[in-house]
Design a binder for this molecule. Sequence first.
Ligand code: FCB
Length: 495
Amino acid sequence: MTTDSPAAAPARFPTGFVWGAATAAYQIEGAADQDGRTPSIWDTFARRPGAVRNGDTGDIAADHYHRYRDDVALMSELGLRAYRFSLAWPRVQPGGRGPANEAGLDFYDRLVDELLAAGIDPVATLYHWDLPQELEDTGGWTDRDTAYRFAEYAHLAARRLGDRIPTWTTLNEPWCSAFLGYGNGVHAPGRTDHAAALTAHHHLLLAHGLGTAALRAELPDTAQVSLTLNLAAVRPLSTDPADLDAARRIDGLANRIFLDPVFRGSYPEDVLADTAHVTDWSFVRDGDLAEISRPIDSLGINYYTPTVVAAEEQPAADRSGSGGSGGDGGSGAVGTEPADAQRGDGHQGGSPWPADQGIRFLPAPGTRTAMGWPVDADGLYELLTRLRDDLPGVPLLVTENGAAYEDYTDPSGAVHDPERIDYLHTHLAAVHRAIADGAPVRGYFLWSLLDNYEWAYGYSKRFGIVHVDFASQRRTPKDSAHWYARVIRDGALPQ
Ligand code: FCB
């Protein structure tokens, strides 16, 4: 029997469990116009007044493009077994069309060789949000052709690097690309049109399917192809039927709108009905769902905080029958101010969700990270065990999990981050508990290796276990890095 109680034996992870850390190209690479890279939608968006805190851009970021050797050496010191990074599409295929840019691919070639020499498995994501600007100029993800361009890019990347990268992910968090990028405009390209967001959603999934086929055509049979989703651990505030229905709707728009097409080859009927006033879904063509549901080898899950929803308060007279009975959601404990629409500063105001009328988003109780996101490791357990039940036989990877805190370097040069250690500890304990309860979780990639460009928050939020002084580019492993190194070494959580 496995248990996480402090008096018990240390929570030991299965042999072969993959211990990793994650980053993304635009957040760390810098070298934005070097060796033939062209602008992505994030280069453009970052320059839009008011879009990103401080007007920060990824022009230099953590300068990983030039410091990758030192960064791999750091990973090696920490004992990482795998490293999840993304390729910058506009580096590999400038402008998003035409031949590969060999100079851009050379960078990933060097990085991959460096990783392999250090005994670290490369895990490559093809798309972590940096669409070539030229493709946005012709419609971006609202244009069906972008999905075909993505497949072409997948061919180019896999043809050059496929002999040495064992695991590939098509997309990172298409929910964010579609709903934050085209829904409330908190992310690039900054469009605010819910019909466009649903169109983009479908074309992203089509890109995933076409990209999967492209990867399979280029890669050896042993290669693994995956998709990373930021699924939501959705909780209704109470058992009031109106709150339960709010949870059903958000579960539809956050989870089943991805899982059903990818694993079942259909869109959920209730989601189609809920969004019928936004779009008629005529962008879905015959054969698309067969393409989207091509088998994949694992599913990546990014998890940070749960999503608590409730129906909007009705005037007392309209809310008959809701008084008193049945509420179990800890309504006294859940915060009452709206949650920050999940991501971004929220200053653009609108909701990322199409068709969320009448739904309130509430923060879960408990402490919060520097993002204001409630710390709640049970949400991760809930998600992993739900996927165990809903997707039998699909191996799972936690491809991101971590927290931002207000870190600083003390006069001795150390960065003490006990809150991050606590966050990681409780979340890894939740992963351990899920595995013990039968969830097929094969690995964990901490977000993030380095402090980096946190999208609309610029450099104001630090998620790294390695501190980066952006003025000098000096790297300092935080206490959490030393803690994680020990966990990896022991294959177990400390007591
Ligand atoms: C995820 C993103 C990642 C990072 C973390 C904090 O949604 O995939 O790039 O921003 O959140």
